[in-house]
Design a protein around this ligand. Structure first.
Ligand SMILES: Nc1nc2c(ncn2[C@@H]2O[C@H](COP(=O)(O)OP(=O)(O)O)[C@@H](O)[C@H]2O)c(=O)[nH]1
Ligand SMILES: [Mg+2]
Length: 265
């Protein structure tokens, strides 16, 4: 709990047996109330390790993808009464020690969503990020900032936090079931005018960590270009793609009016 808010850490996991325990052991349990892991039909011992650690575990009966895995996590977190949800990859590439920093930015109501950026402190290359990923990250970030009219240091980190309101409002079920889910979610957060904060975060690339390969990275990069262009189209009123078409969910009347005026002023 922090400032009366229930803090839940979610872990979308796939073959994370080598790194899960280390990641879990560094979570600050004086603040974090619950950890929920969704196992996307791993072929290693991820789910057994999660159960031994007493982590609330959701088991997919087939491999559904990284986005689908996150959807399962967010649904479970909302059902368990989370006020703030922080996604932490179980591959130990992001330090769990920054969970409290991320949580506090939302628990004290300064931001609706927070990303832990590897690019703010210029430490990504020192942490072992491959040069091609670094250059692609810079290029895609510049492109997306331009088309969204925002100013983030990156859109591609896997360490992020959201308030309950964000998760209840976004039409996440419309989003991709694979890796582009992350980018669609951030675009939607801006589309719905939520406030996004950033903190700097070290990253480490090491053999046991999971990292998408070149082919999947290219697919992801093209997806980011597509999401950015579709965002601009939706904003300009040319064309509303599936994720931008849906009205905000679960808003009460005053919130709906607020939303309407923000989008029509
Ligand atoms: N469901 C699912 N999850 C995956 C897959 N590949 C990786 N993951 C999980 O998603 C997280 C992010 O993927 P990762 O490969 O680490 O990406 P990167 O480090 O951001 O390049 C990891 O911590 C994995 O547990 C996959 O094919 N399916
Ligand atoms: Mg990784």
């Amino acid at each position: 709990m922090l400032n009366g808010k229930k803090i839940v850490v979610i872990m979308p996991a796939y073959n994370a047996e080598k790194t899960l325990e280390q990641t879990y052991s560094e979570i600050c349990f004086s603040m974090v109330d619950e950890v929920i892991l969704a196992d996307d039909y791993s072929y290693d011992k991820t789910k057994d390790i999660a159960k031994n650690l007493n982590i609330t575990t959701i088991q997919h009966s087939s491999n559904k993808g990284y986005g689908a895995n996150q959807k399962s996590c967010y649904k479970a977190a909302l059902q368990s009464g989370a006020d703030i949800v922080i996604m932490l990859h179980p591959d130990y590439q992001y330090t769990p020690k920054l969970v409290p920093a991320i949580a506090s930015m939302m628990a004290y109501e300064q931001y609706d969503a927070v990303i832990a950026s590897r690019m703010l402190s210029n430490s990504a290359l020192r942490g072992g990020m491959p040069l091609y990923k670094f250059v692609a990250n810079k290029f895609l970030t510049a492109f997306e900032n331009l088309l969204l009219g925002e100013k983030l240091s990156e859109y591609h980190t896997g360490f992020r936090g959201f308030t309950r309101k964000v998760l209840e409002t976004l039409p996440l079920e419309e989003c991709d079931n694979d890796f582009i889910f992350d980018n669609e979610m951030l675009a939607l957060i801006f589309y719905y005018k939520f406030k996004v904060g950033e903190i700097s975060c070290p990253t480490k690339y090491f053999p046991e960590a999971s990292s998408i390969n070149l082919v999947r990275s290219i697919k992801y990069g093209l997806g980011v270009l597509r999401v950015s262009v579709l965002y601009a189209f939706a904003k300009l009123g040319f064309y509303k793609s599936k994720i931008f078409k849906k009205e905000a969910k679960k808003l009460n009347l005053s919130e709906k009016l607020d939303y309407y005026y923000k989008h029509n002023s």
